[in-house]
Structures are given as C-alpha cells and as structure tokens.
Design a protein around this ligand. Structure first.
Ligand SMILES: [Zn+2]
Length: 256
C-alpha cells in the first residue's frame, strides 16, 4: 500500500461517549481527510470490547485493548475478559497501559502491578504496547527496561533524555495535538531532534484538540494538524512527515 500523503492516527478513543451521536461519521470524516488507519485504544474491558467491535465494522479502524492506569483498580476483575479478547485475532496492541502519578485516584502500587502484568502478556503474545506515562517517567522506563516490549510512548510529555532512553529501548514516541499549544515549546524542541524512524502521530481524540480547534471535541481527522506541525518543526514536507509516520506505524503495529 502506498502511504504517500496518507495519515495514521495511532491513538484515539473512538468508544468515548463524546462520539455517541456520530461515531461512523467521525470515522468517515477521517478517511475523507486522508487518514488510512485509526487505532482505537481501550481503557477498560468495555472500551476494549468496543475497539475490537469497531475494528470489525470499519476497515480503517484497528484495535488496541488493555486496562488504563486510572482503571487499574478493576484489573483483577477485568483481566480475564481482556485475555479472551486477545484470542479473537483482531487485536493490534495492548494498551492503553501505563502509570499516571499526576491525578492518582488509584494507588501507584496498584497501577504498577497492572502495568507489569500487561507488559508480561504483551511479550508472551508478541504484541506492541501503547504506554501512557504521566509524571511517572522513571518507573515507566524501569519497567520497559525489564520487559523490553515493542511499543510507543503515547502523547509524549518527557524531555530529551527520556525520549532518547525510550528510543534506545526500541520504543516509538508519539506526538499529539498538544504540540501545537503555545506553551509546548520544550516539547517542540524535543520533537525537532528525534530520529524520524521513531516518530508517530496521534490525536488522543476526543481529548487534546489541536490549537486550530481548541475547546471543541477532537477527532481523528485532526491528526493532519499534528503532522503539519511536525513537518514544520522538522523542516520537511507534509508528505514526507505523513508517509514516515504512517510507515513507522505500519512497522510497529504490523499492518500494511
Ligand atoms: Zn488515550
């Protein structure tokens, strides 16, 4: 498949209630805007199920399943269901998993157990991981170092050193719409410098609308804004940024 000028949104929550009124329209709009794949990412069992369902309903939707750190308190109840979904053959990644020490409703210890169990499973079943890291850089790196998964740090928020260490471990770094915000200048500095084969683009829709549509619901079509900003920062053409991020996503998630 030629990926010239095509876009991939490697992280959207298509199951989110923000899309209840027009979910299929949102996917169609993304396709019309040049998005060839949207990875819909689960945060708990119900949303993981929806991601798998949508991947069977829409040819341009792929599924990631997992328990997000803010739902890690239900990990023990829901994990068996996630493992059953893994056997459907429709799953491209385990995620969204990780650690969030910013708004820690669930204790760090409980989050960490769930994260480590899911990293272990990802290695067993040879799937990449989609990692959420909020103010937990050191613990996330420690666990990645131990389990050595293939995967991506989604909505990257660390500094240069964190990015370099993650890339050394074979991880990808994914950029979301926050890169377009005025206050994100240190993030822009990091994204300017990183090696092209390690970069991905995402929306994290319905959250994190890029500057152009800020205050409104975000959707996968807006991954174009993220790639435009990446191209501008890295002084390459839009087509080059689009095709390299799409190619990188295909390599990580093994679709073509
Ligand atoms: Zn997310």
């Amino acid at each position: 498949m030629s990926t010239d000028g095509r876009l991939v949104d490697t992280h959207a929550h298509l199951d989110d209630e923000a899309f209840d009124g027009d979910r299929s329209g949102v996917v169609e709009r993304a396709v019309e805007s040049g998005v060839s794949v949207v990875l819909s990412v689960g945060v708990d069992l119900a949303s993981s199920r929806r991601a798998v369902e949508m991947s069977t309903e829409h040819p341009s939707v792929e599924a990631a399943i997992g328990i997000h750190p803010s739902h890690a308190d239900v990990f023990l109840q829901e994990w068996a269901g996630i493992q059953t979904l893994l056997t459907t053959g429709h799953v491209r990644a385990i995620g969204e998993i990780g650690l969030d020490y910013f708004r820690c409703r669930v204790s760090a210890a409980v989050q960490r157990r769930a994260f480590r169990a899911q990293l272990a499973t990802a290695s067993e079943v040879d799937l990449p991981v989609v990692v959420h890291d909020r103010e937990a850089h050191e613990d996330v790196l420690e666990d990645l170092e131990e389990f050595r998964p293939r995967g991506v740090l989604h909505c990257f928020s660390g500094g240069m050193r964190m990015a370099e260490r993650a890339i050394e471990l074979g991880m990808f770094v994914s950029v979301a719409g926050n890169i377009t915000y005025p206050k994100s200048s240190s993030l822009r500095d990091v994204i300017r410098e990183l090696p092209e084969p390690s970069l991905l683009a995402e929306t994290d829709a319905p959250f994190l609308s890029p500057r152009r549509t800020r205050g409104r619901r975000n959707e996968p079509a807006n991954v174009r804004d993220v790639v435009e900003e990446m191209a501008r920062l890295r002084q390459v053409s839009f087509d080059q940024a689009a095709s390299s991020t799409s190619r990188n996503a295909a390599r990580l998630f093994r679709w073509s």
